[in-house]
Ligand binder design. Structure first.
Ligand code: ADP
Ligand code: ADP
Length: 228
């Protein structure tokens, strides 16, 4: 589904962020991308939604080079969750969540129903939490809204960049468990970036382990842990 073929990225200042990446994420698979700060995780992720162009090699989505996919179509097919999800501060949680269905042209009642459904899916109460404003939610709840919003367009692919990185450890563990459960139902193709090895082990069907700009291991967590 997502395929990197000999992908390298050198920035304008000469920094080689990643080199010769070749790997594949199967449909419905959750791959965690783990490694120390500066090893090229964000660069890798941004080459999937084309925020960054590779210097050489190809990134393919369903067999098509993403450089040939219409940007609007690409955006629709890829949901994106970041560490500090940007919610509109003057809109309620429900209004924030229905933004995407509205943009997709659904009528207000239908969008509202979809938003309520999504909030329930991520463990929020559409009535109680839905009426609040983002600053009236905890950090963990805001991240849940971020996940709901990313799922709103029903994209087959989700990119998650340290999505639970800014919440405290207990809530974080809870969100990890809940997201794993959610993934069993929604079965998205997920690339999940984290610098936390425990999170990578807990969440990943497989793990991509980076050392400076290179893929060092790509295997199931049990295999990675068992490696010498
Ligand atoms: P990570 O997400 O693992 O922290 P990044 O992909 O952000 O790593 O960065 C990989 C390397 O590329 C680092 O050495 C970083 O300093 C460098 N880098 C990132 N963005 C740029 C840029 N726009 N210009 C030059 N170097 C960059
Ligand atoms: P970082 O947290 O690593 O600094 P950024 O916040 O710079 O990442 O990059 C995320 C950017 O991508 C945001 O500006 C956001 O508006 C934009 N973005 C959000 N969703 C998508 C998407 N589906 N495709 C492309 N870009 C997106």
């Amino acid at each position: 589904m997502i395929r990197f073929e000999q992908v390298s990225k050198r920035y304008a200042d000469g920094t080689v962020a990643v080199e010769d990446l070749t790997f594949q994420i199967a449909e419905g698979e959750l791959v965690t991308l783990v490694g120390p700060s500066g090893c090229g995780k964000t660069t890798t992720m941004k080459m999937v939604n084309r925020l960054i162009e590779p210097t050489s090699g190809q990134v393919l989505l369903d067999g098509a080079d993403i450089a040939t996919i219409d940007p609007v179509d690409l955006r629709r097919r890829i949901g994106y969750v970041i560490q500090q999800v940007g919610l509109f501060p003057h809109k309620t949680v429900l209004e924030n969540t229905e933004t995407v269905p509205r943009l997709l042209g659904h009528r207000r009642t239908r969008s509202r129903a979809r938003a309520a459904e999504l909030l329930e899916l991520v463990g929020l109460d559409p009535d109680a939490h839905g009426r609040r404003y983002p600053d009236q939610l905890s950090g963990g709840q805001r991240q849940r809204v971020g996940v709901a919003r990313a799922l709103a367009a029903d994209p087959p692919v989700l990119l998650m960049d340290e999505p639970f990185g800014a919440v405290d450890p207990l809530v974080r563990e809870h969100l990890q468990t809940e997201f794993r459960k959610l993934q069993e139902t929604v079965r998205k193709t997920v690339l999940f970036v984290t610098h936390d090895i425990e999170e990578a082990v807990r969440m990943g069907d497989r793990m991509a382990v980076y050392g400076a700009g290179r893929l060092e291991q790509f295997d199931a967590p049990s295999k990675v842990l068992g490696a010498p």
